[in-house]
Design a protein around this ligand. Structure first.
Ligand code: COA
Length: 179
């Protein structure tokens, strides 16, 4: 076996079992919670990072998205949720994370995720991206689709927790828009 090149070996981490689970979470879905439940078993500490991501034109502002997530963390002793702006790798480094976790739903996610993982590795070689398969029931959902169904009066309770369903209803009643 070839010897490890000491110069290219990633730096040692002081908290090797911290991971970051980033996303826009506009809004949080049961699919996200499914991924979170899986990774919370694998890592000592999970930091769920709610990206501001204004360029995506979110329906909920970052503070609202964070609150909707935090209200669903009751059963997770080792998960904290925070907002973040800027580069994901900088955020991960500040939290001394060993890994970035992303959920994979279908093959169509792969190309985008692959590109993002390789770019993040280029920016910070010491942080791995780990992919977790979403439960098949959620593999065809997305926040956009759920917002669209809600805006057209459809039933979304199979896909989002009650607080998210209520917030969507209130938001869409105050400012109806088709997403
Ligand atoms: N179940 C259901 N849906 C899921 C899901 C799951 N398990 N996992 C992801 N999704 C959906 C989301 O709802 C979202 O749907 P939408 O596009 O309809 O809103 C979609 O998959 C992807 O969203 P998300 O996981 O939130 O990723 P993103 O592409 O919006 O944001 C960031 C990804 C925040 C990680 C990325 O933009 C980022 O790193 N930003 C920081 C800037 C940076 O560092 N850039 C360089 C990175 S290369």
């Amino acid at each position: 076996m070839a010897p490890v090149d000491a110069e290219s070996a990633p730096p040692k981490l002081s908290h090797p079992s911290t991971c970051i689970y980033p996303g826009t979470f506009d809004p949080l879905t049961y699919g996200h919670l499914d991924v979170l439940r899986r990774v919370a078993r694998l890592f000592d500490r999970v930091v769920l990072a709610v990206a501001n991501n204004r360029r995506k034109g979110p329906l909920f502002d970052a503070g609202e998205r964070l609150r909707l997530v935090q209200e669903n963390l009751g059963g997770f002793a080792n998960v904290e949720a925070v907002r973040f702006d800027g580069l994901l790798v900088d955020f991960a480094r500040r939290h001394q994370a060993a890994a970035i976790v992303r959920g994979l739903r279908a093959l169509t996610d792969f190309e985008y995720e692959f590109q993002m993982a390789l770019m993040n590795r280029h920016l910070e070689g010491g942080i791995e991206t780990i992919f977790v398969m979403t439960k098949d029931t959620f593999s065809y959902t997305s926040s956009t689709m759920i917002k669209q169904i809600a805006s057209l009066g459809g039933e979304i309770s199979d896909f989002v927790p009650p607080n998210v369903a209520a917030a969507l209803k209130a938001k869409l009643a105050a400012a109806p828009r088709e997403t």
